[in-house]
Unconditional design. Structure first.
Length: 650
């Protein structure tokens, strides 16, 4: 009996159960974004998204526009006998305070879809399925600048370039990614004349021409056929792609998707991961032949299994280099469906703790989403349909989980984010940003065929931001626990996030010839204590004031004292070598500090030398202190006594 090679063992451990530890890191809606944490891009009524497709995409423009985001989506509607598609896009910023995406634009035609968006410098490329003629589908690339209505001419043929790669010239795009030097990748499937399909991996240059150095004229048609004898018809599709650098410093392309054995929807299938070289050849260093299958066998219920990988992320952390993805599988003709979170090393070995299962009895599910947060934690999202069949009750829930990338254990979770509990919903993509923020996007609308909205939600990890700045330029501030480091100095870090309930100590460290004066703003309660300790409960922003100082050192000859106004230096009348003091340096206003010399009984003041020599024999010496240090000498001599010739007083 034919069977797939590289069949992975099924592990029954429940992987994504919510853990009780680190509950302070629960993902929560960031209400500073949009309308209560979300924003929406709407399409006309009567348009809907496909439940099994990735119909929403989000990307940060990066560089000078790193606070700006581009959102794109695909919707469709039935017009006469043709299925028409609408492709739309819009822009928003990190500081968005509106409930809708601004600058939205769209176009319609048979068919148009967005398989992904790629950032190229200051421009954004939309890569999807196009329709150059009524009978042909193609890989379609369109580019726009930061102005969504500006048309750039950097692509071959101007604003648009379309290519057909398969023998039947019927191509579908399901994902896209950027490579180095502005090059791009588009993945999906190409249909053969007999109804079979092969995975499509297309490489495109920055000018939107074919990359002739990849595959055959810019494309690889991937066949996944693990059967030794009697190979059945196959439907292969690639859903996700990423470009990365392997441990030897070489570029590699990793793709993920699914294969069905047979042409019917009920045919069994498996998920697959493939690694290719820059020329498009399979990299045999991964799993021996460049291709790894995961056959998601359910623990119960008869019937064929269908499986897909919809996302793939290259990882390089303390657990090693490799790939992480999610297998979405279901049993046809049953209520059983589930997910596997998988991680492999760069050679294709399974990482312990992963490849577990989370099984849920639901009638249908959409593809899972996967992202990696700034702190290295993985974020997963799952979609399920409730079994109700009316438009008002057919709903899905989207649960987010933080997952340890080394062990596969869940750390914390969050509830769904889309606006209406009566809306049919699907999470399409997870994109991470600075300060551990997470953008989650999906589609929503009333009923299964009412998805005419793309919804973006922003989550925070519960951390509160502590920000400190230094005034006066004469010192630094650091925190314990670490996060704020040498703020005020070269390369210093002045802002950090801490979980609520954390005790944070800020230490102000003055530089030479400076002193710490006080805290102000949100830290004013710490007064003049250079160690400021508080418990984090909300965002905190404050300042540390440092003041430049002048040191004054006075040596004494004879018996006498020196005092200052303002107080800072006191030399007693008894004999001594000298004394010193510190004074706030004059900021340029000409303020004077007065030094007064007082002789001991039987002594008189002679004068000063050194930095204060200009005051001569005047017991009162006024100086403007505008240098880091001063050194002077105050001299006293004993008064003469009357002595008679016989040596005795009269």
């Amino acid at each position: 009996m034919p069977r797939p090679l590289h069949r992975s063992a099924f592990v029954t451990a429940l992987l994504l159960s919510t853990a009780s530890a680190a509950t302070a890191q629960l993902l929560s809606l960031d209400t500073n974004f949009g309308a209560g944490g979300t924003t929406v891009m709407s399409f006309p009524s009567g348009w809907w998204t496909d439940w099994d497709d990735r119909d929403a995409h989000l990307i940060n423009q990066g560089g000078a526009f790193s606070n700006s985001w581009v959102v794109a989506g695909s919707h469709r509607t039935l017009i006469g006998s043709n299925l028409f598609h609408r492709r739309g896009w819009g822009f928003f910023s990190d500081s968005l305070s509106a409930g809708t995406v601004s600058g939205a634009a769209s176009e319609a035609g048979p068919p148009l879809s967005t398989g992904g968006i790629v950032q190229n410098g200051s421009e954004v490329s939309f890569i999807g399925t196009g329709a150059p003629t009524a009978s042909l589908d193609s890989v379609d690339v369109r580019r726009t600048s930061v102005d969504p209505f500006a048309i750039s001419s950097s692509c071959a043929g101007g604003f648009q370039a379309s290519f057909s790669y398969g023998p039947n010239q019927r191509d579908e795009v399901r994902g896209a990614a950027a490579r180095s030097n502005g090059r791009m990748l588009a993945v999906g499937s190409t249909r053969l004349a007999d109804g079979q399909s092969r995975g499509l991996i297309a490489a495109i240059n920055f000018d939107c021409s074919r990359d002739s150095g990849f595959g055959s004229n810019g494309a690889v048609l991937l066949d996944v056929n693990p059967f030794v004898i009697a190979p059945p018809p196959r439907r292969v599709r690639v859903n996700a792609v990423a470009s990365y650098t392997n441990g030897n410093g070489q570029e590699r392309i990793v793709v993920a998707g699914g294969v069905r054995y047979g042409l019917a929807d009920t045919s069994p299938g498996a998920c697959f991961l493939a690694v290719l070289t820059p020329s498009g050849a399979l990299d045999a260093s991964f799993d021996g032949d460049g291709l790894r299958l995961f056959d998601a066998q359910a623990p119960s219920a008869p019937g064929p299994t269908v499986c897909d990988f919809h996302t793939v992320l290259p990882l390089d952390d303390a657990s090693g280099r490799g790939f992480v993805t999610i297998a979405d599988w279901r049993r046809d003709n049953s209520s059983e469906s589930g997910h596997h979170l998988l991680r492999w090393t760069e050679s294709g070995a399974s990482l312990p703790g992963f490849n577990g299962a989370n099984v849920s009895s639901v009638n249908e599910h959409g593809p899972s989403a996967l992202g990696r947060r700034e702190d290295g934690l993985l974020i997963t999202a799952r979609n399920y349909l409730v079994t109700g069949q009316s438009a008002a009750t057919l709903v899905s829930t989207g649960n987010l989980f933080l997952v340890n990338p080394a062990t596969g254990a869940a750390i914390a979770g969050s509830g769904g984010f889309l606006p209406s509990p009566a809306a049919s919903r699907q999470i399409s993509q997870i994109v991470t940003a600075s300060n551990n923020r997470v953008y989650v996007m999906g589609t929503a609308g009333p009923g299964r065929f009412g998805h005419n909205q793309v919804v973006i939600a922003r989550f925070s990890d519960g951390r509160r931001t502590v920000t400190v700045s230094t005034l006066g330029g004469g010192g630094t501030v650091s925190s314990s626990p670490s996060g704020i480091n040498a703020c005020g100095g070269p390369g210093g870090v002045c802002s950090a996030g801490f979980l609520p309930g954390t005790s944070v100590s800020l230490t102000a460290i003055p530089q030479p010839s400076h002193r710490f004066a006080s805290w102000s703003g949100g830290l004013a309660g710490c007064g003049t204590n250079p160690l400021c300790t508080f418990t984090v409960s909300a965002d905190v922003s404050g300042e540390a004031l440092f003041v430049a100082t002048s040191s004054v050192s006075i040596a004494r000859v004879g018996q006498g004292g020196v005092s200052s106004d303002p107080v800072g230096l006191v030399c007693g009348l008894t004999a001594g070598s000298g004394c010193s003091g510190s004074f706030d340096r004059d900021p340029g206003f000409g303020n004077q500090t007065r030094f007064t010399a007082t002789p001991a009984p039987g002594w008189r003041f002679l004068g000063r030398s050194g930095d204060f020599a200009g005051c001569g024999s005047n017991p009162v010496c006024s100086q403007v202190l505008n240098q880091p240090g001063y050194s002077a000498t105050a001299s006293f001599e004993a008064l003469s006594e009357n002595v008679f010739a016989n040596g005795f007083e009269p």
